[in-house]
Design a protein around this ligand. Structure first.
Ligand code: SAM
Length: 307
């Protein structure tokens, strides 16, 4: 399959699952066979040479490490809802978090690791067949059902006024997107051309963006919310900056501002509205994956606002 074509230009990243193994032990183990470095942005991320094949490695098979790119590993740490949140990898102790679009669960279990069993995650997934993958990922990670509650639901149907969500103070929204930032999608041009062409692609993007906006607006309705991360693995402005720009006035009316996660990260949002420098982008050519992160935080819980 195309998505299995190894990308030889960017390093192989692995995220150490600190629910099962500490970073230094993983480093020592991997160094027996590979040249490995620690990432300078995310403490739980290790960097191996491009093209390193780890699919059958014992640490992958037992869930001690997950093959997760740097870009997608930035979403969960961006959510950290404590004061001093911009400290990368700051634990999210004691929080109640909804992962709104959770399967296959890579970010769910990353959140669980950052929360060090001191909070609760509600992992919501619409598609029944994907809930199975989500549960498998959670099982492999070693997180328990008291750490993560799985819901097979439409996030848009969760009632923010339901008392069971009254303590939810953070939401990770990583909705379905075009995937145009992923290696598989960037190899699409190698496939026989699809019927429809540009118009169809545009329709698809607009349809996705409509859902993305709706989901983001829904997330804003949870009463105890302090932070929301919105992320996609798309490079399209329509699914990224345009979604944020259109929801920002509504977010502001609920007392939220855009905040700036990873202030030292150079690659920021496209300059299409005031405050877009708060947004995080990754460049497929440089970082292996095209990814987008926006962080909304309640005004009183924010130290460096952008807009
Ligand atoms: N966050 C995941 C991870 O890191 O492993 C990837 C999430 S994937 C981009 C989006 C997921 O959202 C898909 O599994 C899709 O089935 C699910 N989804 C789409 N619409 C949804 C909805 N209305 N409510 C809940 N989940 C939804």
């Amino acid at each position: 399959a195309l998505h299995e074509v190894p990308d030889v230009s960017v390093p192989r990243y692995v995220r150490v699952n600190t629910l099962k193994l500490d970073v230094d032990s993983a480093l020592l183990e991997l160094q027996k066979n590979f040249s490995v470095q620690k990432d300078n942005l995310l403490p739980e991320l290790l960097i191996l040479p491009p093209g390193t094949d780890l699919h059958d490695h014992p640490l992958v098979k037992d869930g001690s490490i997950f093959m997760q790119g740097k870009a997608s590993s930035m979403a969960a740490p961006a959510l950290s809802p404590q004061p001093g949140w911009e400290v990368v990898g700051h634990p999210i102790d004691g929080s109640e978090v909804i992962d709104a679009c959770a399967a296959p669960g890579n970010k769910t279990i990353h959140l669980a690791a950052l929360m060090r069993r001191k909070g609760k995650i509600i992992a919501c997934e619409l598609k029944k067949e994907r809930v199975k993958r989500l549960k498998d990922t959670i099982k492999l990670s070693g997180a328990s059902s008291s750490d993560i509650q799985v819901l097979n639901e439409d996030f848009l149907n969760l009632n923010p006024k339901d008392p069971s969500y009254s303590k939810v103070n953070a939401i990770l929204l990583d909705p379905s997107c075009s995937g145009s930032g992923t290696a598989a999608s960037r190899l699409d041009h190698l496939l026989p051309s699809k019927a429809g062409g540009q118009d169809t692609d545009m329709e698809r993007l607009n349809k996705l963006a409509t859902f993305q906006r709706k989901a983001l607006q829904h997330a804003l309705l949870f009463p105890a919310l302090e932070r929301i991360v919105y992320s996609t693995c798309s490079i399209s402005q329509i699914e990224n900056e345009d979604v944020i720009k259109s929801v920002l006035p509504i977010a502001k009316s609920y007392g939220f501002e855009l905040a700036k996660p990873f202030p030292e990260w150079q690659c920021r949002g496209l300059p299409v509205f005031e405050g877009s420098e708060c947004l995080v982008r990754t460049d497929p050519a440089k970082h292996g994956e095209g990814f987008f992160i926006a962080l909304f935080a309640r005004k009183d819980a924010i130290s460096s606002k952008c807009s």
